[in-house]
Each structure stands twice: as structure tokens, then as C-alpha cells.
Design a protein around this ligand. Structure first.
Ligand SMILES: C[S@@+](CC[C@H](N)C(=O)[O-])C[C@H]1O[C@@H](n2cnc3c(N)ncnc32)[C@H](O)[C@@H]1O
Length: 260
């Protein structure tokens, strides 16, 4: 059995874009054939054709994204990011780590594999927007990788069901930008669950539009007593090139690391 980590670009979303493109083009053709000539007909056909072209473009873009992210493709960007984040996570013997928004389990499993004397927990809300990710999929993947020191449960990144100072390490990859609201608060909620001395490695699109002033946030963490806090740009060749980040919509990607 081989682990199946699925794709950050869900197949269902690509199919919806393609269906919308086909639907718009079909509707434009129907209007062109059935509606009597006149200004309303011209406007309607033009609008539907433009929408068709837009969805066609989005479909092609999402297919390219799917191929770049795929664990089986040539680029394997998801695998590279997961493995490089996991490399930064060192747990003490008997330690306990948390991966927030674990999806198909890739990062939690990669961290557990590298820290065999510790254990890792992956939590996710497994909603309908990433319908291919699920708790049973995570559990099958852990089994396929032969990793026993990892477990998974349903949870919400915005209100974690753990006491303060519970974990020795917390990780996350491309999760909080999906959640509307105050994303700096979500980071603080994750860091709340970290023990004194525990480490964090949180990767996301930390753009100003999504997070506000992240340099101020780094200063705030330092003022709160966090140590070695760094926001490392991952679009400078570390995880991807600037050009890749731009066409993929991942500009602003960075790794927030440090110790409590
Ligand atoms: C792009 S996927 C990344 C999955 C995984 N971290 C990885 O790197 O493969 C985003 C994940 O965030 C999860 N997510 C979104 N909102 C969440 C929330 N409020 N609480 C927990 N998980 C959430 C989604 O269910 C999805 O699995």
C-alpha cells in the first residue's frame, strides 16, 4: 500500500471550473441560435463568452497548479515543502507535537517519522472545500508509511481543544490563510498550546493583505518572551522561486519559526 496525499488543488474544484466554462460556452451558443437579433442578444452572448473564456483560463491554471503540487509529478512541490518544514522540527524523547490543519496527514507523518521517540497529533476540520482530505485518509497514510507514533482527530484551528502549554512543538502548512478573520489571532491560538521551550514552524502566505503587519507580529512575539523568532521568505528559492510563487498565487509565503 502506498500513501496517497492527494492534492492541494482538489480535482473537484478543477472539474467545477471546467463545467462552468462548458456551461457558459453552451449558453452563449444557445442564445446565439435561439434569441432574435438585437442589442440584448449581442450583450448576452458577449458576457457569456467572456465568462466562458475566464473559466477556461482558470481551469487551465488549476490544472498547472495540480501538476506542480502533485506527489507523483515532476515538480513535487508539496513533498518538498512538507519535507523541509519537517526537517526543522526536533522533539525531545517522549515529546508531543501538534500539526494544525493536517489535511491528508503529510506533515504530521513526516514529523513523526523524523522523531520516532516522540509522538505527533494532526488535527483538521475536514470541511467540504478540501473534500478529498479526511481522518481515515490520514490514518491509511500513516499505516502505508509504517509510522505508528502519529494520530489524528477533528479540531478547529481557531479554537484548539487543548490547554495552554500542552505541546513540545507546533507546525502548520498553508492553513490559516484559508480561514477568514484575524489570522494573527489564529497564530496566537496555536502558540498558546506550546510549552515553555517548545518550538514552532508555521508556513503560510503571510502577505500584508492576509495577515496585516507580520514584522510587527514578530516584534510582538519577542516582547511576549518568544525567542529566536524569524520569518523566513520561502519564495526566494528555498521552497519555490519568486516566479512560481507569483503564477501560483503563493506570493508572501514564509516560514515563521522560533521557540517559546
Ligand atoms: C491547503 S490544505 C493544507 C493541508 C496540509 N497542511 C498540507 O500541507 O498538506 C489546508 C487545510 O486546512 C484545513 N483547514 C481549513 N480551515 C481549518 C480550521 N478552521 N481548522 C482546522 N483545519 C482547517 C483544511 O481542511 C485543509 O485540510
Amino acid at each position: 500500500m502506498k500513501a496517497e496525499y492527494k492534492n492541494w488543488m482538489p480535482k473537484g474544484m478543477i472539474l467545477s471550473f471546467a463545467a462552468a466554462a462548458v456551461g457558459c460556452v453552451a449558453a452563449a451558443a444557445a442564445v446565439a441560435l435561439l434569441v432574435p437579433a438585437g442589442l440584448p442578444k449581442t450583450v448576452l452572448v458577449a458576457v457569456l463568452a467572456l465568462l466562458g473564456a475566464f473559466f477556461c483560463g482558470v481551469s487551465v491554471w488549476s490544472i498547472f497548479l495540480y501538476r506542480a503540487f502533485s506527489y507523483n509529478g515532476r515538480r513535487q512541490m508539496s513533498r518538498q515543502i512538507i519535507e523541509e518544514i519537517a526537517e526543522t522540527v526536533k522533539l525531545p524523547d517522549g515529546g508531543f507535537g501538534l500539526d494544525v490543519g493536517c489535511g491528508s496527514g503529510a506533515l504530521a507523518i513526516a514529523c513523526a517519522k523524523r522523531n520516532p521517540r516522540a509522538s505527533f497529533l494532526g488535527i483538521d476540520r475536514w470541511g467540504k472545500e478540501y473534500a478529498s482530505f479526511s481522518q481515515p485518509l490520514c490514518e491509511r497514510n500513516a499505516k502505508a508509511e509504517g509510522v505508528k507514533n502519529v494520530s489524528f482527530e477533528r479540531g478547529d484551528a481557531t479554537a484548539l481543544a487543548f490547554p495552554d502549554g500542552y505541546f513540545d512543538a507546533v507546525t502548520s502548512n498553508y492553513v490559516y490563510h484559508n480561514i477568514p478573520g484575524d489570522r494573527q489571532e489564529y497564530l496566537l491560538e496555536t502558540l498558546r498550546t506550546l510549552k515553555k521551550g517548545g518550538t514552532f514552524a508555521l508556513h503560510d502566505i503571510f502577505s500584508k493583505a492576509k495577515y496585516g503587519d507580520m514584522q510587527a507580529f514578530v516584534r510582538k512575539l519577542k516582547d511576549m518572551g518568544f525567542e529566536d523568532v524569524r520569518l523566513i521568505d520561502t519564495t526566494d528559492g528555498k521552497f519555490m522561486t519568486k516566479r512560481e510563487a507569483a503564477w501560483m498565487g503563493l506570493s508572501g509565503s514564509a516560514l515563521l519559526i522560533g521557540r517559546k
